[in-house]
Every structure is written in C-alpha cells, then in structure tokens.
Design a protein around this ligand. Structure first.
Ligand SMILES: Cc1cc2nc3c(=O)[nH]c(=O)nc-3n(C[C@H](O)[C@H](O)[C@H](O)COP(=O)(O)O)c2cc1C
Length: 210
C-alpha cells in the first residue's frame, strides 16, 4: 500500500479546469489499479501552508547556532513546527502528483510557497562538503506532474513550470519524474476537445503503471 500526495494549485472548480479534469481521470484510473492506496490531498490555495518568513529564518538561525528549541520565541517555534510537519509528510509519501495551471510561464506562486515549506535541510535534503544532496532517493519514490497551459511552452526555454518541478524533485532525490502536459486549448479553442482527450488518455496510460 502506497501513500500518494496529491497536490493541487487551482482557484477554479474542477469542471472549469483542464489540469484538474485530467487529474480526475488519472486518479479514477489509478484507484482501479491501486484501490488500497492512501491519497492525501493538499490544496495549496485553501490549506494553510506556512510561508518562510522572518520568524522561520530567525528560528532556523538560532537552531544552527546551537540554541535549544525551547529558547525560540513562540512564533518561531509554532512556524518551524508547521514547516517540519509539512516536510515530514512530504518525506513520508511514496508518490507525488502535482496538478497545475500555467500562469505567466510558471505555476501559481502558492505552489512555490509549498515547495519552500518542504525543502527543509535535514528532512528532504542535506548539506554536504560536495554540495546539497537529496534525502528522498533510493526509495522508489516517483512524481507525476499534470500541467495545463492555454498556449504552447513545453520544451521551450521560457517554460518554468515542468522543468522547475523536475529540478526541485531531483534536488530532494526524487529522480523518477514524468509529466502530462495539456497545452494549446486557448490558442486553438476549436481543438479543445481533441487536446483534452489526448491529455486524458495520457493520464490513463500513466495511471496503469504509476
Ligand atoms: C493569470 C493567468 C496567467 C496565465 N498565463 C499563461 C501563460 O503564461 N501561458 C499560457 O499558455 N497560458 C496562460 N494562461 C492560461 C492557462 O494556462 C490556461 O487557461 C490553462 O487551461 C490553465 O489550466 P486550468 O484550466 O487547469 O486552470 C494563464 C491564465 C491565467 C488565469
């Protein structure tokens, strides 16, 4: 039995969202093959995600200098505990599904806030003399990114969504990464149905072996 973190990042209801519609198809197909898996949903817009703010930074700094956790201010303690909880939940998952819209050549900023809350030294990566090393490697973890964009960016230098997510997962040690990119629905509205069908079929295919 695997645990999946299913991370969405969208203000729209599912029926108005291309990425979430395709993700729903993925999940339904996936559960047919893996009915006992546990799915933990994170909605980075609606769930409280702890931002890295001045309390988090000053608390980390004090801990690095050898201060006891109890010596931190109440806010520092509270916020660091929230970050640690998010990072622990992330580290404990077996599989990750990110579902995002393209916004201005990347995904919405709320997802970056979430990523910052789980990239925690000592939990998902560590510093070594040769530079940072991912701690989530070697455990068969895998990641799927389902991403929708109105125009065409995938594979171009301007795309900061899929390549960034792939890089940051790799940074934490998760090298098994694949993407389903659904693009061009706004550029070619007359082809919307065809594009969506292709994206949903790709999701069904990935679900069979994810
Ligand atoms: C604020 C905003 C910014 C957007 N920026 C881009 C963009 O840079 N490139 C693009 O191709 N589409 C852009 N779009 C269009 C969305 O990528 C498109 O509507 C896509 O279907 C969003 O996925 P969703 O339907 O799952 O929300 C943008 C849409 C919004 C609302």
């Amino acid at each position: 039995m695997a645990t999946i973190l299913f991370i969405t990042c969208n203000l729209k209801p599912v029926e108005n969202s291309s990425s979430q519609t395709a993700a729903k198809v993925f999940l339904e197909a996936y559960l047919q093959y893996n009915s006992n898996d546990v799915i933990d949903f994170i909605d980075v817009y609606r769930d409280p995600i702890q931002r890295i703010d001045i309390d988090v930074l000053s608390g980390w700094d004090k801990l690095l200098k050898g201060h006891d956790f109890n010596a931190l201010t109440r806010d520092e303690q509270k916020k660091i505990l929230r970050i640690n909880r998010a990072a622990d939940q992330f580290a404990a998952a077996d599989k990750y599904v990110f579902v995002t819209p393209m916004w201005n050549l990347s995904f919405p900023a709320e997802l970056k806030v979430y990523i910052d809350s789980v990239c925690v030294a000592g939990k998902t990566f560590r510093y070594t003399e040769e530079g940072p090393k991912g701690l989530l490697n070697g455990s068969g973890k895998k990641c799927l990114h389902i991403h929708a964009s109105g125009g065409f960016h995938y594979g171009k230098e301007e795309d900061h969504s899929v390549p960034y997510l792939k890089a940051v997962m790799n940074f934490m040690g998760i090298k098994n990464f694949e993407a389903v990119v659904i693009e061009g629905m706004d550029a070619f509205p007359h082809m919307r149905e065809e594009i969506m069908e292709k994206g949903c079929n790709a999701c069904r295919q990935v679900a069979a072996q994810f």
